[in-house]
Design a protein around this ligand. Structure first.
Ligand code: BDR
Ligand code: CA
Length: 330
């Protein structure tokens, strides 16, 4: 069992990450923490609660940072809609939030478990993770690993060079990549391969139809309907990428993606490149090594995701939907 804390900003693909984590028997979802990113902290927290309510997921949910560390806040209404999870009808939230701030839930949970057993999965801006490290540095050697959705080594989606989670809070991302813990970067290069194609949507629909219970399947189809439309309009994608779920999938089945060791630096000052991940792969020669900067970039401490096994990924999503749907009638 992989014990995880999912730190998210739902968000359409965040919602699928929650469902995959809760629906897979290999994952123990210790808690969900929220961070301002795709939308305000109020809305993304409400959305996390709503997703859990629809799917019958009972885990602690703690509200986190409402603004990035340094950079002024932005939200992503053009992609995720005014509420951050537009498309599906969200239920009126009835459950209570965990009384702690997200960073305290993260610290308490990591320290309450044996060393190297809890994995952090930030799939929004990394603000909460950076604040938790700052408040309790002991978590750095205590967590098993950090698997992040963010960054890219080929292209951005906010600017030509910066991916959204990095662009929103680059200072937090810099702290997370620099810290001495194992980090896997699941960036756009990988997540743009994880498309919710018509085939995957048909399979999710079929799960609900076979069970005679469309609640969860329809919720997901409505999520993909909305985000698919914006991805088509804004990015000319044929189907929406399920970015954040890729991190959870990698924990369930490492064969779902290939990774390569690399050094990842975060650009904090560039006029056109703020939030860019500058990735120096260990096994891709071509750099001239005689400068001091080059020496630092030889510390290939991060695993960077490169290739997705889409059929394996799709099977995991369908399986989780089937299990969550079956659990509703159990
Ligand atoms: C990332 O930004 C958000 O819009 C998504 O939820 C994902 O985490 C993709 O760039
Ligand atoms: Ca996200």
């Amino acid at each position: 069992m992989e014990k995880i804390i999912l730190d998210c900003d739902p968000g359409h693909d965040d919602a699928i990450a929650i469902l995959l984590a809760a629906g897979n028997p290999g994952i123990e979802l210790l808690g969900i923490t929220t961070v301002a990113g795709n939308n305000t902290i109020e809305n993304v927290t409400r959305n996390a609660q709503a997703v859990c309510q629809v799917a019958g997921i009972d885990v602690p949910i703690a509200r986190g940072a409402s603004v990035p560390l340094v950079t002024p806040q932005i939200v992503s209404e053009d992609i995720h809609g005014d509420g951050g999870l537009d498309g599906p009808v969200l239920p009126e939230v009835t459950g209570e939030l965990d009384p702690r701030h997200a960073i305290d839930l993260i610290i308490d949970t990591v320290l309450a478990h044996p060393p190297k057993t809890v994995t952090l999965v930030p799939v929004g801006p990394f603000t909460n993770i950076a604040l938790a490290m700052r408040k309790e540095p002991a978590i750095i050697e205590r967590v098993k690993q950090v698997i992040v959705m963010g960054g890219s080594y080929t292209r951005g989606n906010v600017t030509p060079s910066a991916e959204y989670n990095l662009y929103v809070d680059p200072e937090a991302a810099e702290a997370v990549f620099r810290a001495d813990w194992p980090v896997t970067m699941v960036g756009l290069d990988l997540t743009h391969q994880a498309l919710a194609t018509p085939e995957l949507q048909d399979r999710v629909r079929a799960v609900g139809e076979a069970a005679g219970d469309m609640e969860i399947s329809q919720f997901i189809l409505d999520i993909w309907g909305f985000i698919g439309k914006t991805y088509e309009e804004v990015f000319e994608f044929p189907a929406p990428p399920v970015h954040d779920a890729c991190c959870v999938a990698a924990l369930i089945d490492p064969l779902v993606m290939a990774t390569e060791p690399a050094h990842v630096a975060v650009e904090l000052h560039g006029q056109w490149t703020k939030g860019m991940t500058v990735v120096n792969f260990a096994d891709r020669p071509g750099m001239h090594h005689s400068t001091g900067v080059a020496a630092e970039l030889q510390d290939h401490r991060t695993l960077v995701a490169t290739e997705l096994d889409w059929p394996r990924f799709a099977d995991l999503v369908v399986d989780a939907v089937a299990r969550l749907t079956a659990a509703r009638s159990a």
